[in-house]
Design a protein. Sequence first.
Length: 54
Amino acid sequence: MALHKEHEIHKRRSGLNKGVGILLAAFVVLIMVLTMVKVTSSGFQFPETQEAQN
């Protein structure tokens, strides 16, 4: 049992925070999926490294 009563504004912010967290997680998953699709595609090649830049 809580020692103090939770204020109403904290309940509203809790819902907003959960929504923002879900949105952020979805964005991270989207970036990861796009990266995996690009890397595993047949046309992807690592750039050639140049030994001597000068």
